[in-house]
Design a protein around this ligand. Structure first.
Ligand code: GLA
Length: 377
């Protein structure tokens, strides 16, 4: 069984776009191991779009890695990645061309799946650009899912159709292990706040084996790279909000920054043990919004293993604010004689026991996140 927890790794697209090559991938694999990412749980090194020549090989019909970018071919690179204890991910698309215009797998599903398996691929991201109007979205994802299974290799199937046809209702059934439900992220608070609010209603579809992918993280990009924007550089406070939400939702955690040269605060955030423990919780339960349907100040609980739970507050507006929740709204009324014992997941600080209600200050675009357990008083 694969993807029993949200897959974790790194993907080329957010920072490097088409600017990818063998050396970058090897150096990133080295950084994954040497700088503690693998130990923290990140294992997939994923090459996104733009890795092949513009045409298939005329005689074999196969996809061909661009020799200017990948002079030793993919198997050689894959062997290097595996030798470091990491896993290898690649990219294709359900349409006739990828989003950047390279050949993709429509009507080539089985031969491409065989090629990927021969190269030792462990994850395939499968996009949706240039998809023929006459073809059937679900059926083509099903076809690639079957093609991957037919290889006999464990390959995480990562569907990416940006929410077309409500993938939360069928990607699990056709065999995907993760699926994108939104348009592409870019490195600004507006972009990931939009992903956050749009995905609250879809959380229930998450469970072991198949996870809603909120897109590659932008934590640590600081305005540099392919999906960076020149305006309103993302602050550390905002990156914390992004990472906490991705962890809360059991989203796959695919880093998108240049991890060879990351600032220390971003590295610590991406390797925060408590938040990763939240993301990887064995019960894989979805979070539940405990304060109605407000989109600006959502407060969530998420049931965790060992009788614990998470309690997470978000302030998505532009000014600091005090948020409040009566604990009876998370099922613990004063009359129960039970209190909630809290530990701050960001600082590790043990906060102590709260009863009746919780009021706390949350900075603009910020979050507060607690691991909690019940204690009888
Ligand atoms: C789409 C996907 C992105 C990325 C690009 C590559 O836009 O949603 O994540 O893979 O294609 O061209």
């Amino acid at each position: 069984m694969i993807a029993q927890r949200p897959p974790m790794g790194w993907n080329t697209w957010n920072t490097f776009g088409h600017n990818i090559n063998d050396a970058l991938i090897r150096e990133t694999a080295d950084a994954m191991v040497d700088l503690g990412y693998l130990a923290a749980g990140y294992e997939y090194v994923v090459i996104d779009d733009c890795w092949s020549l513009m045409e298939r090989d005329y005689t074999t019909g196969r996809l061909v890695p661009d020799p200017a970018k990948f002079p030793y071919g993919m198997k050689h690179l894959s062997d290097y990645i595996h030798s470091k204890g990491l896993k290898f991910g690649m990219y294709s698309c359900a349409g006739v061309r990828t989003c950047a215009g390279y050949p993709s797998s429509f009507d080539h599903e089985y031969e491409d799946a065989r090629t990927f398996a021969e190269w030792g691929v462990d994850l395939l991201k499968y996009d949706f650009c240039n998809f023929p109007n006459y073809a059937n979205n679900k059926n083509r994802y099903l076809t690639m899912s079957m093609a991957l299974r037919s290889t006999g290799r464990d390959i995480v199937f990562s569907g990416c159709n940006w929410g077309r046809g409500e993938p939360w209702n069928w990607m699990r059934s056709i065999g995907a292990h993760m699926y994108r439900s939104t348009h592409d992220i870019y490195d600004s608070f507006e972009s990931f706040a939009d992903i956050l609010t749009s995905q609250i209603p879809n959380m229930n579809a998450n469970a072991a084996g198949c996870f809603n992918d909120l897109d590659m993280l932008t934590v640590g990009m600081h305005g540099k790279g392919n999906v960076a924007r020149d305006v309103n550089f993302t602050t550390m406070n905002e990156y914390i909000t992004q990472f906490v939400f991705w962890c809360l939702c059991a989203s796959p955690l695919m880093m998108g920054a240049d991890i060879r040269n990351l600032d220390e605060d971003s590295r610590k955030l991406l390797q925060n043990k408590e938040l990763i423990r939240l993301n990887q919780d064995a019960e894989c339960r979805p979070a539940y919004q405990a304060n109605g349907t407000t989109k600006d100040f959502p407060i969530f609980i998420r049931m965790l293993e060992n009788g614990e739970f998470a309690l997470v507050f978000f302030n998505l507006k532009d000014a600091d604010r005090t948020l409040e929740i009566p604990l009876m709204d998370i099922g613990v009324p004063y009359s129960s004689g039970v209190g909630v014992d809290l530990t701050d997941m960001l600082t590790g600080e043990h906060i102590g026991i709260r009863r009746d209600d919780m009021r706390l200050r949350v900075t603009a675009h910020g979050t507060r996140a607690f691991r909690a357990k019940l204690v009888t008083l």
